[in-house]
Design a protein around this ligand. Structure first.
Ligand code: ZN
Length: 87
């Protein structure tokens, strides 16, 4: 288990999504749980895949925001790109 490779999944946490900030420590190796020092929450190591999905979603949101001021034609290809990067 490597606390540097995970980040806090708590939506209300200020450190959410931030990797390698030293806020995550191993809570229980036996139960494979980590603990966040910022929000004091523990979470399962197996949740990792879910975080990555959340991360992809935020990338897509960013892409859509970036596409917004563009013209229609570019916006369309931009959205296609956003879709390809995700689901
Ligand atoms: Zn947290």
């Amino acid at each position: 288990m490597n606390p540097q490779s995970v980040f806090c999944p708590n939506l209300a946490c200020a450190a959410r999504g931030k990797q390698g900030q030293d806020n995550i420590s191993v809570h229980s190796r036996k139960e494979k749980r980590y603990r966040c020092a910022v929000c004091q929450q523990t979470f399962s190591a197996t949740k990792d895949t879910l975080f990555y999905r959340l991360r992809t979603d935020s990338v897509q949101v960013m892409l859509v925001i970036r596409c917004w001021p563009m013209g229609v034609r570019r916006k369309r290809s931009c959205r296609r790109l956003a879709m390809m990067s995700g689901r």
